[in-house]
Design a protein around this ligand. Structure first.
Ligand code: ZN
Length: 127
């Protein structure tokens, strides 16, 4: 049942993340789905805004994608992502398809802490 629990936490965090980011009178519409696959990251381009949601300190760091290469680094195994709020470093790991829980056959990208637990995720902000 673990995947379901993670999904619930993600949904909750995205909810609070949206509230936090939406506060400064922004008219942006958010895609609430976390970036999880190569295709998700490939679709990011320079100038796109992404939100790094940190579960460790429950904060959201909004970043602008500098380039397609920079976006691809976010899903490259072994790369690290730093929370702009608590400076926690998350490691990028890639996991193979989970055929039992998902119809997707794509590799999933996750951000884990030193214990190997999901600690961050990235959401694209639609402008
Ligand atoms: Zn943090």
């Amino acid at each position: 049942m673990k995947p379901i629990r993670i999904l619930l936490i993600s949904t909750l965090l995205v909810g609070s993340a949206l509230a936090a980011v939406a506060a400064p009178a922004s008219k942006s519409v958010y895609s609430a789905s976390a970036r999880r696959t190569d295709d998700d990251f490939k679709s990011l381009k320079a100038g796109d805004r992404i939100a790094l949601v940190c579960k460790e300190c429950e904060s959201v760091t909004v970043q602008t994608v500098e380039s397609a290469e920079a976006a691809m680094k976010l899903c490259k195994e072994g790369e690290t992502v730093v929370c702009g709020s608590c400076n926690k470093v998350a490691k990028v790991v890639r996991r193979g398809p989970r055929s039992k829980t998902s119809t997707s056959t794509a590799t999933e990208v996750r951000y884990v802490n030193e214990k190997g637990e999901d600690c961050m995720f990235i959401v694209k902000l639609e402008s």
